[in-house]
Design a protein around this ligand. Sequence first.
Ligand code: BES
Ligand code: ZN
Ligand code: ZN
Length: 521
Amino acid sequence: MEIRVSTRDVQQFDGDALAVGIFSDKGPLHGPAAALDEALAGVIAELRASGEVTGAADEVTLLHTLGKIEPSRVAIIGLGPRDRCTLERIRRASAIACRRLRKVKARRVGLALASAERSINLAQAARAMTEGALLGLYEFGQYKSAKSGAAASDDESADSGCSIQEITILGRGREPALRTAVERGKVLAEATNFARDLGNEPPNVLTPTEFGERARRMAEEAGLECEVYGPDWMREQGMGALLGVAQGSAEEPRFIVLRYRGRARGEPGLALVGKGITFDTGGISLKPGAEMDAMKMDMCGGAAVVGAMMAIAQLKPNTNVTGIVPTTENMPGGKAYRPGDILRAANGKTIEILNTDAEGRLALADALSWAVKQRLSPLVDAATLTGAMVVALGHVRAGIFSNNEALERAILTASDTAGERLWPMPMDDEYGDLIRSEIADMKQVGGRPAGSISAAKVISNFVGETPWAHLDIAGVNSRHNKDAELDKGATGFGVRTFVELATLLAASGRNGKGNTNGNAS
Ligand code: BES
Ligand code: ZN
Ligand code: ZN
């Protein structure tokens, strides 16, 4: 997909479809909508006057231009009230516009969704349009045989010959700034879509071995260092928790390490750690059959890490970043670990197993122990860790848990910039009581109350004093239905927050030191 930038007037756009944003406020039209209305002999104003077009958020109206301008179609996209227009709105409007224009087989699309608003930075708006377009047009189609003739007509995605080939961001302002912003949006969206591909792959294809291969291939192309370790190495490292989970599966586990060096010297830097369970049956504590297929996405934390590393390699922040993905299946084979087992993690701590379905925290225990031994700091993990997180926050926000206020604030800032929503969760000492064990250093699960927090407490045992934050993305890693904005399936949640965090740490020169060292400042 080619993405261009143009600062010319909308009337001069010469592609075959144009999308323009309008607000729901009363009064005269503004910006590109006003210019287009003039070129179209007042039809937009008339539609508004008649109430057929209101500008309400997500409203889409398609017009034929009947030769008045070069594009044969115009999509008018509602942006809602002017004073509540956020970058998120623009991103979503862009996705909706592109998906709608794909349906009518547009090939060269122009997007003019933001005008000069007090609250909106035009370069950021250009970036949001780029992200919205690429995320909205994403589809996971490689397993669907090409259809032909009538069968394809109700399926906008089946005939890829009709999909959008070129997008022009029509913006105001300084062209170099717009170009930089659009380029960043493109890198972030493509990395997110790469993570979505990994999440959407069926579990018979994306085994731990294949996950390692895909990471290795990406690293080669992007210019990252990559090591992929197997079970012998894990035994040398004493990774009894990860190996415990892996032993019920016929597939070998892998430990993926990706390194980006943005600083020749300096601290080891940020570690991004992602849960990489390529299929979670629950193991001996088997999950019910209904919707178990969704557990192919139990590696989305790991996918977010690999996707983020891909973007970081291209954007080159001035900091060091290591991506770490412990990956295995959780299966109930004859050698599977059992409730009652006691496992020893790589930092020497023992864990009393009570439910083999709580496997993610075990994989993270060893990965975080290893990251601490490498002196990486700060540590940030993402994991589809608990059903309790879905109960608490639904599918809108992911929970963030941390032992360090400054790091938590930095991640919340990063997620704001990224357009991925987080919500801070508590980590009071008393929650630690839930996982006290009589016979091991800790219990693996803390029962029904505060299930996401007790899971975070388990993980906190493996980070020591290192600044650490954990994102439980169980509710946001996938969408269950397609809507006007996005297809169903993996969302790639976390990629953009991770990249913005690396950028932020580079800009503030923290690199794991300074005010993420435990003192809230
Ligand atoms: N992968 C699941 C969590 C999950 C649930 C992710 C729903 C996405 C959607 C995790 O491994 C799990 O099964 N957790 C258990 C823990 C319990 C046994 C303490 C859970 O949440 O039920
Ligand atoms: Zn599980
Ligand atoms: Zn799981």
